[in-house]
Design a binder for this molecule. Structure first.
Ligand code: AMP
Length: 193
């Protein structure tokens, strides 16, 4: 059974297209018997993801620091929960046993999780596909930032293969299956500096 970790927004003050795309993706994941791991939150796209996976009869696991659970940010419908001491520990657990990462639109928390995963992959500490769902072109600016990093030679062009940006939920699972294998060792990573 494929397991994916989904990074996404805690904010609920966002366009309905973001909720629709999240619900659509959740249905596709359940239909394809994919186990979902997420941040455990009940608000924003995290809440939508969990609600939709559960409504479709799928399996979802939340990983949340204890301090967030204490202020009741956890999704009460999710029964499979892991509580961590720190945010760092939580991010490490997101990656354990996952077959891919999916980043949906989000705020600084989502960006931080996504950038850490990309950095770890660059250093060959994480090798699985990273798929970014570009609903409403939300990640266009991110793409430009990465292009600028390549143009200004902060990053070799090859590193654009660290992640795949797709526009619709239907493209997410094919993108996972078609992602370029990333099995660079640290020696290769060194040559990519
Ligand atoms: P953001 O993309 O900034 O909304 O952050 C999403 C991430 O931030 C989650 O994975 C959590 O680490 C954290 N987070 C921020 N607010 C909440 C919340 N209300 N409930 C759960 N997690 C939250």
């Amino acid at each position: 059974m494929l397991q994916v970790c989904v990074y996404c927004a805690s904010s609920g003050h966002i366009h309905s297209d973001y909720f629709d795309a999240t619900a659509h993706l959740a249905h596709l994941l359940v239909e394809n018997e994919v186990k979902v791991v997420f941040g455990g939150g009940s608000s924003g796209l995290m809440g939508q993801l969990a609600d939709s996976v559960l409504a479709a009869g799928g399996h979802i696991k939340g990983i949340m620091p204890q301090f967030m659970n204490e202020v009741e940010w956890g999704h009460t419908g999710v029964s499979d929960f892991v509580y961590t001491e720190t945010m760092h520990e939580r991010k490490a657990k997101f990656l354990e046993g996952t077959d891919a990462l999916i980043a949906l639109p989000g705020g600084p928390g989502t960006f931080e999780e996504l950038f850490e995963a990309i950095t770890l992959k660059k250093l060959a500490q994480f090798t699985k596909p990273i798929i970014i769902l570009n609903t409403r072109g939300y990640f266009n600016a991110f793409n430009l930032l990465m292009q600028q990093a390549v143009e200004e030679r902060f990053m070799p062009d090859e590193l654009k293969h660290l992640f795949t940006i797709v526009d619709s939920p239907e493209e997410v699972l094919p993108a996972i299956h078609n992602a370029q294998a990333w099995n660079k060792g640290l020696h290769d990573a060194g040559s990519l500096r």
